[in-house]
Design a protein around this ligand. Structure first.
Ligand code: HSE
Length: 403
């Protein structure tokens, strides 16, 4: 029998509890051993809930219980999650977490502690919720040199952009509706400013190359400046605006970014709408592989955590190896990153066309029926060259990179 302690009985933690109980027999058959929840830590009481019989308010009950081999961390936040996880790993317990902030900030250190104790530190649910991506990246795709990862990594922003397009609505009203429906947090900053997706692409990129990406170094742009006009232009161009996290191998370095992009129907991410997430991985041998599913939600995310618990359970005493060291992965500076840009400028076509051509060279004009502005798509250029051209033409209303 494997005994589990759960830190945090919130949405995901209670989902883990429900799955381990609800699918107990099937899990025991597949894991080769019964997996039982011995303690659940939470500050709150849950009168009448089945968790009551295993509920504790004291972390020490889990940390010092020699019979607990696996700890699930579903508290969220960095502190005390970091201190609790570290303490459990140092006791030789394996830890499975859904906490992307913890993994993005402390991944290499916690992986090393687990390795030193022949234990596991696993985090399948930290990216893409219920979508299997961490383990496939570490195992099924391990023969490949990963050339590129691009993903719709945040359900809240994908929902907002989908609604803006389908309803012709503006960002603020869609955000308000999304909050009322529970698809967006009361404080949506981490989602709409791209911080959540940034941590996720940092985790995926670190795993793909085995070296650490500091997520602070990844250029991150959210969707708060995207307007209904941007969406109308993208529509006119036959594309959609999506916020993507991406990383691409450029020689020995990696170019990584989170930003809104216009994507076209030939990109498999084009049809990923609503709250769904998808991650497209390009291997040098396997080619394109896409992982699609629910990037959030109680049971989807908890299912990914339980898959880690089962994996850790099969590897008690040895640990599951994770290739991600503290060595820094070198990122291409933003100014060297290249793309085509969709650009909107105030003023008519006649007022802008000449100076735009002088600054950007040949561009393709885009007419979506707004006579008070001039919009165009540039050829491929570096961010530095783009900024230089913008200096020459004056302020732009908005720009969106083209995938
Ligand atoms: N806020 C996240 C999202 C939840 O909207 O995708 C999963 O990390």
């Amino acid at each position: 029998m494997i005994n589990v302690g759960i830190l945090g009985y919130g949405t995901v933690g209670s989902g883990v509890f429900d799955i381990l109980r609800g699918n107990e027999k099937l899990i025991a058959e597949r894991a080769g051993e019964e997996i039982s929840v011995k303690h659940v830590l939470d500050l709150r009481d849950f009168p009448g809930n089945p968790v009551e019989s295993v509920l504790t308010h004291d972390f020490k009950d889990i940390e010092t219980d020699g019979e607990v081999q696996i700890v699930v961390e579903t508290m969220g936040g960095l502190h005390p999650a970091y201190e609790f996880v570290k303490a459990c790993l140092e006791q030789g317990k394996s830890v499975c977490t859904s906490n992307k902030a913890l993994v993005a900030d402390f991944g290499p250190e916690l992986i090393q502690i687990a390795k030193d104790r022949n234990a596991s530190f696993l985090f399948e649910a930290s990216v893409g919720g219920g979508i299997p991506i961490i383990r496939p990246l570490q195992s099924s795709l391990s023969p490949d040199d990963i050339l590129e990862i691009s993903g719709i990594l945040n359900g809240t922003t994908n929902y907002i952009l989908t609604e803006m397009r389908e309803k012709g609505a503006d960002f603020d009203s869609v955000l308000k509706d999304a909050q009322a429906l529970g698809y967006a947090e009361a404080d949506p900053t981490a989602d709409v400013e791209g911080h959540d997706a940034c941590r996720k692409i940092a985790i995926l990129t670190s795993l793909a190359y085995g070296k650490n990406v500091d997520f602070h170094e990844i250029y991150t742009e959210g969707i708060t400046k995207i307007t209904d006009r941007d969406i109308a232009y993208a529509d006119k161009m036959g594309g959609k605006v999506k916020i993507c996290g991406s990383s691409k191998k450029v020689g020995e370095r990696v170019s990584a970014m989170v930003a809104p992009v216009i994507i076209y129907p030939d990109n498999p991410l084009y049809s990923v709408d609503g709250v769904f997430n998808a991650i497209l991985v390009k291997g040098n041998m396997v080619g394109d592989v896409m992982f699609y599913g629910q990037g959030a939600g109680k049971l989807a995310t908890a299912s990914a955590v339980v898959s880690d618990v089962m994996e850790a359970g099969k590897n008690i005493g040895t640990g599951v190896p994770v290739q991600w060291t503290a060595e820094r992965l070198s990122l291409v500076p933003l100014k060297e990153s290249k793309s085509r840009f969709f650009v909107r400028m105030a003023g008519t076509k006649d007022e802008n066309e000449g100076k735009v051509q002088d600054a950007f060279g040949e561009v393709e004009a885009v007419d979506a029926g707004f006579s008070d502005e001039y919009a165009f798509v540039t050829g491929e250029m570096s961010e530095a060259a783009y900024e230089e051209a913008v200096q020459a033409v004056g302020a732009v209303i908005n720009k969106i990179r083209i995938s």
